[in-house]
Design a protein around this ligand. Structure first.
Ligand SMILES: Cc1ncc(COP(=O)(O)O)c(C=O)c1O
Length: 425
């Protein structure tokens, strides 16, 4: 072993020793805290990232490519484009769809239907690309887009549907795929909360022309920040590789195609489209490769704790509405969302204050009803219907953590805290 390798080994061993001393995120009933999230990474991921730093191979390269291919394997193709966040993954999908070089490109003024209960950057890329979001209500049980309302909201300018698998609960992909086929609408799946989820045995993200995922710190697996857009078409993936990095051909798979087309411009600095800089780093690719094999285990831990809580909290069904897994779906439980019933003798602040006092962190569900957020009021959009259910989620919804470190003792602690709150009413 070379001197350099020996030194590296020492660094790695020091990291391992540090992490085994410092990284215990399991629930401690003597000082109970249930965080919204606990880290999914430790020494292996840190060392994978450190290795990039030590070798100075830090900018996007082989490790990102290997991660993209590994991530795509369950989707049956190789068209994954990693970027620096789930928001960038959404931006890349929409920017590719609305690019003049795209197959059947969307045009400014075209409408894309989105659920009211979504994240801001589900909707902003549509606005940024001159498209018009059409906001549709959600089903109060699954919290996903209401498919009858979706179909009724289609108008003469509607060209696409961008769905969100809310908190990892797969949308009804039979109904949505049929609607999209019947009305010739392009489908984009925002799966940023739904890593590891599937419908009818197929992973979410495999149904749409594009599927997007986030690897933000608090998600099912992480590259700290990070995201990926997967595409059914190799042409869409090539276009996203260009848009991701300056409009440059540097990252495309088929370099020859562009060189032949523009023989008079230096091929190393050939810019064939507009572009952003949304690149991931090599550190993120390296971390992703370590995290990916752990994903199924994390998701199954989340499913176990969610199922236990669903059963345990059923006794409060008149006061607290829980999320139902979509029939035929495999939910990956990003968190545990609850909506306080309209006839409950308390409001959402009462219950979240009580839980917070017991060390149980809470938060609103996604960004509530996006149609009510001030940011959207400045830009063209259309609202379909009265959005009653999304308003209810915004006014009376909350969630707490349902991460991989919530064990039975932690789940019982949460359930007991809720019982205690209800009994004291
Ligand atoms: C539905 C949805 N879309 C997009 C995003 C954006 O992902 P990121 O935070 O990685 O930018 C999030 C964030 O959690 C999300 O919940």
């Amino acid at each position: 072993m070379s001197e350099r390798e020996k030194l590296k080994r020492q660094v790695f061993e020091a990291v391992e020793a540090y992490c085994s001393a410092a990284h215990d995120f399991s629930f401690d009933s003597t000082a109970p805290i249930v965080r919204l999230h606990e880290p999914t990474f430790s020494a292996d991921e840190i060392n994978a990232a450190l290795d990039c730093m030590l070798t100075t191979q830090v900018t996007m390269g082989t490790k990102v490519k290997v991660f993209e291919k590994s991530f795509c394997a369950p989707f049956g193709h190789r068209n994954g484009v990693m970027s620096n966040s789930g928001s960038s993954a959404n931006l890349l999908a929409i920017a590719a769809l609305a690019n003049p070089d795209a197959r059947d490109a969307l045009r400014p003024g075209d409408e894309v239907i989105v659920p009211a209960l979504s994240w801001s950057t589900t909707v902003w890329p549509l606005v940024q690309l001159g498209l018009v979001p059409v906001i549709v209500d959600v089903d109060p049980k699954t919290l996903n887009i209401e498919t009858n309302a979706l179909e009724r909201a289609i108008g003469p300018k509607t060209r696409g549907v961008m769905i969100v698998h809310v908190y990892g609960n797969p949308c009804d992909m039979d109904a949505i795929s049929t609607i999209c086929d019947n009305h010739e609408l392009v489908l984009i799946e925002d799966c940023c909360e739904a890593l590891g989820a599937s419908f009818g045995g197929s992973p979410v993200g495999a149904f749409g022309r594009f599927g997007t995922f986030s690897f933000y710190f608090s998600h099912h697996m992480t590259t700290l920040e990070g995201g990926i857009t997967i595409a059914q078409g190799a042409d869409d993936a090539e276009l996203m590789r260009i848009l991701r990095a300056h409009g440059w051909i540097r990252e495309v798979e088929d370099q020859e195609h562009w060189r032949r087309r523009y023989p008079n411009i230096h091929p190393r600095f050939l810019f064939v489209n507009l572009g952003y800089n949304l690149r991931a780093t090599e550190l993120q690719g390296a971390m992703g490769m370590v995290q990916l094999p752990k994903l199924d285990g994390y998701v199954s831990a989340r499913r176990t704790s969610a199922q236990w809580l669903l059963d345990r909290l059923e006794r409060h069904a008149e006061l607290l509405q829980l999320q139902s897994e979509t029939a035929g779906g495999y939910h990956s439980w990003f968190g545990f969302p609850i909506t306080v019933s309209s006839n409950a003798p308390f409001d959402v602040d009462d219950i979240t204050t009580a839980l917070n006092k017991k060390g149980i962190e809470t938060r609103p569900i996604i960004c509530g009803n996006i149609a009510r957020q001030p940011g959207l009021q400045m830009y063209p959009h259309r609202v379909y219907g009265d959005l009653t259910h999304s308003d209810a989620v915004m006014a009376r919804g909350f969630s707490f953590g349902n991460h991989q470190d919530i064990d039975r003792v932690a789940s019982a602690y949460i359930a007991d805290a809720i019982d205690e709150f209800v009994e004291a009413l």
